[in-house]
Design a protein around this ligand. Structure first.
Ligand SMILES: [Zn+2]
Ligand SMILES: [Zn+2]
Length: 474
């Protein structure tokens, strides 16, 4: 564990950026069929960005491109003029088709990940014609940008010291990894490391441009020539690499392993959709979002993240299918209070009066309070929590009408000094899905092909110097 008492936190901007990258990887049905991240309907050169819509620093929409529509267009359909004054975080620089509509809606800021844009500039050698089109589009984007009130920029912040190291440590210790490790006493206990290496390789090839010259060329084409000089260029690349590393590490903590998955421990009644769990890929995806949220915690001991999604009766235009975002949160002190206003004592302290448990707002409570959509009784809604919901939260989740809980259950049935987890096990009327080994009928997911990547040593971010609160690459 780290020697310092304070846990490093992820900045909001970085959380939104990570969420946008992660939304690009949303396991949509069409994507699973294609088993390709790139989907092409206008040619060979389209990427499918993920998008986070933020209002007053709170997420109000998570979207990804679909077969027919770009993420930017989907945001327009879903939010319309409510996009006014919102900040949008894209995992790619949007194309001119999206940008003109977004600018027109009066958004405040458009931030994008500075790698290959939505209309790819990467395959110049293989296909010069589409690259010409891509360059023309990039020019149009620049013209729209210079004539718009909205700020179109790259917002990335260097991770705080030890963040990468901290994410590595906490991911290895995460409930799901521990649960799987315990069930495999004689197998390779280092499955987590192998899984993580695989994720790193995959996400680096997706979100980074390995060739520095190629990266520079793309930056020049998309109007970021000022970032091509050092030290900006190398800082930018390191910054991007660290964020990808954090994403891969967190994603590996909810691994695809053997027949482990999210299963309902109670006997299922047939023909009731509320009892049917989500496809494993989607459940895992949402749990990883909750895991990312946990790194925004204000509790110095345990980070907890929670996210609520719901499902419309019919498929919508979004790349997420029928699913839509409802709300999210992490454990924190009440809004408006200063961090120092409350005691931070943990249960080692003897004096019960000065302990934090009476003051901290739990992740589930924040997700419910700051939700951006109502929870509809006739829709399947689900909350993903990184830990077992406590006795304070279980009745709230049920009372709010949430139909399914996806959570860790390591603490279930336990009574700790200040917090107890007795109600989760007895809870009725809400379906509980926890990580366990699936039944024989479940589709066997092949064990990860342990890629023979030699060195597992990964660079931690110790060497990053924090230049200021925020580095805005305009
Ligand atoms: Zn577009
Ligand atoms: Zn709770």
């Amino acid at each position: 564990m780290l020697s310092t008492g304070q846990m490093p936190r992820l900045s909001k901007v970085n959380l939104f950026t990570l969420f946008s990258l992660w939304m690009e990887l949303f396991p949509s049905a069409e994507q699973q069929k294609k088993s390709q991240v790139k989907y092409n309907y206008l040619g060979d050169n389209e990427n499918k960005p993920g998008l986070v819509v933020v209002k007053n620093m709170k997420i109000i929409g998570l979207h990804c491109s679909s077969t027919d529509l770009h993420a930017g267009q989907i945001a327009l359909i879903k939010h319309g003029s409510r996009l006014k004054n919102c900040d949008l975080y894209f995992s790619r620089k949007p194309c001119s088709t999206c940008l003109k509509m977004i600018v027109n809606a009066g958004v405040n800021r458009i931030s994008y990940w500075p790698a290959d844009p939505e209309i790819s500039l990467q395959n110049e050698a293989s296909n010069p014609i589409t690259t010409d089109d891509a360059k023309l589009d990039a020019k149009a984007v620049e013209r729209l940008k210079s004539n718009s009130r909205a700020r179109v920029c790259v917002l990335l912040q260097p991770l705080v010291c030890y963040m990468v190291q901290f994410v590595e440590e906490t991911s290895t210790k995460f409930d799901f990894i521990q649960k799987i490790a315990k069930s495999q006493p004689d197998s390779n206990t280092d499955f987590y490391t192998a899984c993580r290496q695989e994720r790193i390789k995959e996400y680096e090839s997706l979100f980074l441009i390995s060739n520095e010259e190629m990266h520079k060329q793309i930056l020049m084409t998309i109007g970021l020539e000022n970032l091509c000089e050092n030290p900006y260029f190398s800082n930018l690349r390191q910054n991007m690499k660290d964020l990808v590393l954090v994403l891969a590490t967190v994603a590996a903590s909810v691994p695809v392993f053997g027949c482990f998955g999210f299963y309902n421990s109670e006997p299922q009644r047939t023909n009731e959709t509320d009892h049917q769990g989500l496809p494993q890929e989607i459940a895992r995806h949402c749990m990883i979002q909750a895991r990312l949220l946990a790194y925004r915690t204000e509790d110095h001991k345990t980070g907890v993240g929670a996210i609520i999604w719901a499902e419309e009766k019919s498929r919508s235009c979004d790349g997420t299918g029928a699913m839509y975002f409802v709300g999210c949160g992490y454990n924190a002190f009440p809004v408006g209070s200063e961090y120092a206003d409350f005691p931070h004592m943990d249960d080692k302290q003897k004096d019960r009066e000065i302990r934090k448990f009476r003051y901290i707002i739990h992740a589930e409570q924040n997700a419910l309070t700051f939700r951006c959509r109502e929870i509809k009784p006739d829709e399947r809604s689900m909350i993903f929590v990184t830990k077992c919901p406590c006795d304070e939260c279980v009745p709230l989740i049920k009372g709010a009408g949430i139909k399914q809980i996806y959570a860790g259950d390591v603490d279930a049935g336990k009574k700790k000094a200040d917090i107890s987890y007795m109600k989760f096990g007895e809870l009725e009327g809400v379906n509980k899905f926890t990580v366990m080994e699936g039944g024989v009928n479940e589709l066997m997911v092949s064990q990860n092909p342990m890629l023979g990547i030699g060195a597992h040593g990964t660079k931690s971010s110790n060497s990053i110097i924090i230049v200021g609160d925020m580095l805005g690459y305009t």
